[in-house]
Design a protein around this ligand. Structure first.
Ligand SMILES: [Mg+2]
Length: 302
C-alpha cells in the first residue's frame, strides 16, 4: 500500500504530460507543474488513486471482508467530498465522477458504474490482493469491487489483473508465473487486456520509448495496466527503477506508478524503497496503519 501511495505521489508530478513533454526526469518528490491535475497538491501528497485505495482498505477492515454495498456508500461519500473541494475536484476521473453522481442520487451500485474502460478500479484494488489469500477470492472480490464505478469488461479485467498480480507477488512467484496467472484470470473478463499484459512481459527487455508508444499510457485501462506490468517486469529485481520508469512513462503517470508501486511493494516489501520516498510521503502513518490492520484481519481461510 505504501508502494502504491509513493508511486501515485511521484507520478502526479508528470500526470498529463506526453513522454516527450516531461521537463525533467522525476526521481523524487517536488513541485507539481500547475498544468497537471494535481498542480495544487503539496510535494509528497498522493492523489485520488490512493484516496480510493484507502476507502477500499477501510471498508475491508471495518466489514471484515469485501462488502460491495458498504464500499459503494463510502466511495459515494468520498466522491461528494472530493468534488466539493476545489483542489481535489480535478483529480477525479471520468468514470468515477459519473458513478459518484449516480450513487449520490440514489442509484443502486448495480447500475451506477460507468462503461468507460478507464483504470479507476485497477488503481485502487491492491488491498483486495493483500486481504484474501485464495486466488478465487481475490478474483471474485476484485471484479465485484469494480462494479459500483467501472462496469466495463475491460475495467473489471484490469481490477482482477492488479489484485491477482499483487497476490502472486506476495507469494514470491517469479515474474513469468505472476504474469501467467494474471493473464489467465484477466482473460476471463477481457481477452484484449490479457493479451496486452502478456505483450508487456514479452517486451520487458525492449526500450521504454518503443514499448510505451506501443502500449499507450492514457487513463484507459488497456494502456495503464499493461504499462505498469511492463515497468514491474522490466525491473523485477529493482523496485526503485520500476517506479521511476512508471513515473516518467508519460500520460496517466500517477496511476501507472501507483499500480507499479503496489506490485513492487508486494514483491519486495517496504524495505526495498528509498527512505526519502517513505519519509516524504504525506499521511504515511495512515497508510501504514491500514496496511497493518489489513494484515491483522486478512482472510487466509481455505
Ligand atoms: Mg490520480
Amino acid at each position: 500500500m505504501l508502494g502504491a501511495a509513493i508511486g501515485d505521489a511521484l507520478g502526479k508530478q508528470n500526470e498529463g504530460f506526453s513522454r516527450k513533454e516531461i521537463p525533467d526526469r522525476v526521481t523524487d518528490y517536488g513541485k507539481t507543474p500547475k498544468s497537471c491535475p494535481g498542480g495544487k497538491l503539496r510535494a509528497g501528497q498522493y492523489t485520488d488513486d490512493t484516496e480510493q485505495m484507502i476507502v477500499l482498505a477501510q471498508s475491508l477492515i471495518e466489514c471484515g471482508g469485501f462488502d460491495v454495498q458498504d464500499f459503494a456508500g463510502r466511495i459515494a461519500r468520498w466522491g461528494a467530498d472530493a468534488m466539493a473541494d476545489p483542489i481535489r475536484r480535478s483529480l477525479v476521473g471520468p468514470s468515477s465522477s459519473v458513478a459518484i453522481a449516480r450513487l449520490n442520487s440514489g442509484v443502486s451500485w448495480k447500475d451506477s458504474g460507468s462503461d468507460i474502460p478507464s483504470c479507476g478500479s485497477a488503481m485502487r484494488v491492491a488491498p483486495i490482493g493483500l486481504f484474501y489469500k485464495k486466488p478465487d477470492d481475490v478474483e471474485s472480490n476484485a471484479a465485484l469491487s469494480s462494479l459500483p464505478t467501472h462496469n466495463s469488461k475491460a475495467a473489471i479485467a484490469g481490477a482482477v489483473a492488479v489484485a491477482i498480480g499483487v497476490r502472486c507477488a506476495l507469494e514470491d512467484m517469479d515474474c513469468f508465473e505472476i504474469i501467467k496467472e494474471t493473464v489467465a484470470r484477466a482473460s476471463k473478463y477481457d481477452q484484449g487486456l490479457a493479451k496486452r499484459i502478456e505483450l508487456s512481459f514479452v517486451k520487458r527487455d525492449a526500450e521504454p520509448d518503443e514499448v510505451f508508444a506501443e502500449l499507450g499510457t492514457s487513463y484507459l485501462v488497456y494502456e495503464t495496466v499493461p504499462s505498469a506490468f511492463y515497468c514491474f517486469s522490466k525491473h523485477f529485481e529493482e523496485p526503485e527503477d520500476a517506479i521511476v520508469e512508471a513515473v516518467n512513462a508519460g500520460g496517466d503517470t500517477d496511476s501507472i506508478a501507483c499500480i507499479t508501486g503496489a506490485l513492487c511493494g508486494a514483491r519486495h516489501g517496504v524495505e526495498a524503497f528509498p527512505k526519502r520516498w517513505i519519509n516524504g510521503l504525506e499521511n504515511k502513518e495512515l497508510v501504514e496503519h491500514l496496511a497493518a490492520m489489513i494484515f491483522e484481519k486478512r482472510n487466509y481461510s481455505n
